[in-house]
Design a protein around this ligand. Structure first.
Ligand code: AMP
Ligand code: TRP
Length: 331
């Protein structure tokens, strides 16, 4: 079978984040730290997915402000526009072109099965079509760049499985254009809500989430109020303690080792763990907050970065979408 992807420009890595509010520790340790790390080894593109956010942010001013703010957050966390392509999804309309081609290959049942769709009200008559089709656009985001590595948190694995299904179906039906994709997760792929360890940390429950913008007092307070267990069952670490330990591991491995030794010898006091984690998180977030304040003073430069990012992204996306169009019989 002819390989139509041969010689097309590509990136190795692509990932995306919605502009729906400030970054929290789930985003940071579940995905962004991996993005920053991968920049050293691969050609990467990172995309602020504002079309995706339209499904949940109906206010124009808010969406615009969120988009600018998340770009600044990413820069502050260490995404380097000299090494990676940083761009806004809606600046590259090819995403929508490929989305529609993919939507035509995707089955309703496949989308209705998605956990995120169900969580966002999939059983209601009034649920938006955008919420249903969300993973199809995500598949287009990834495959448009020929990326084979997708660093995401655990909640996105199901969407990546569907991406694989879509690309295989496309290749089989129309000819080989899309390479296989693989998810890359961090050591802590699912950060739990501090107040409710049966749910993942998310922007929609700010009491249980630590945001990179939270003042130090707030960070410590949120950690202090985190749910733990009664300490009775020492057979296995409970999800709440595992979560706190995972966060500590992500910030400072030495402190983690100390606490783990204490845990293993049944001497860990949860109060001590919380104090240690509060301190380490504040240390970890400090340079990010400082860098964010600097970027906030350089908004013109940020606009320039996005302009250049969109240009580079388009130059990769266009040739692949042209071939996809030809293969399905358009134009
Ligand atoms: P979102 O903010 O939903 O666009 O997510 C951006 C990235 O952060 C995705 O790769 C998610 O999988 C990841 N992410 C979001 N929340 C969490 C969490 N609680 N734990 C781990 N990763 C997360
Ligand atoms: N669906 C992802 C989320 O909710 C965001 C996203 C959109 C994405 N397009 C992507 C992630 C492409 C990885 C690759 O977090």
């Amino acid at each position: 079978m002819t390989n139509h992807s041969k010689n097309l420009p590509k990136t190795d890595v692509l990932s995306g984040i919605q502009p729906t509010g400030n970054l929290h520790l789930g985003n940071l340790f579940g995905a962004i730290t991996n993005w920053v790390d991968l920049q050293n080894r691969y050609k990467c593109a990172f995309c602020v997915v504002d079309y995706h956010a339209l499904t949940t942010v109906p206010d124009a001013q808010e969406l615009k402000a969120n988009t600018e703010s998340i770009v600044i957050d990413l820069l502050a966390c260490g995404i380097d526009p000299n090494r990676s392509i940083l761009f806004v999804q809606s600046d590259v309309p090819e995403h929508l072109e490929l989305y529609w081609i993919f939507a035509s290959l995707t089955r309703y049942g496949e989308l209705a099965r998605m956990t995120q769709f169900k969580e966002k009200g999939g059983n209601r008559e009034t649920v938006g079509l955008g919420v249903l089709n969300y993973p199809v656009l995500q598949a287009a985001d990834i495959l448009l760049y020929g990326a084979s590595k997708v660093p995401v948190g655990e909640d996105q694995l199901q969407h990546l499985e569907l991406t694989r299904e879509i690309l295989r179906r496309f290749n089989k039906t129309h000819g080989f254009l899309f390479e296989e994709v693989q998810a890359l997760t961090t050591k802590v792929p699912r950060i739990l809500d501090l107040k409710n360890p049966s749910a993942k940390m998310s922007k929609s429950h700010p009491e249980g989430a630590v945001f990179i913008d939270d003042e130090e007092g707030i960070v410590r307070k949120k950690v202090k109020k985190a749910v733990t267990d009664t300490g009775d069952d020492q057979q296995e670490m409970s999800p709440s303690i595992e979560n706190l330990m995972g966060l500590l591991h992500a910030c400072n491995q030495d402190q983690y080792n100390l606490m783990l030794d204490a845990y293993n010898s049944q001497n860990l006091r949860y109060g001590d763990l919380k104090v240690s984690l509060g301190n380490e998180l504040c240390e970890y977030l400090k340079p990010i907050r400082e860098s964010k304040n600097e970027w906030l003073q350089k908004k013109e430069e940020v606009r320039e970065i996005l302009f250049e990012g969109a240009k580079k992204a388009s130059s990769i996306a266009r040739p692949r979408v042209e071939i996809a169009r030809k293969l399905v019989g358009l134009g």
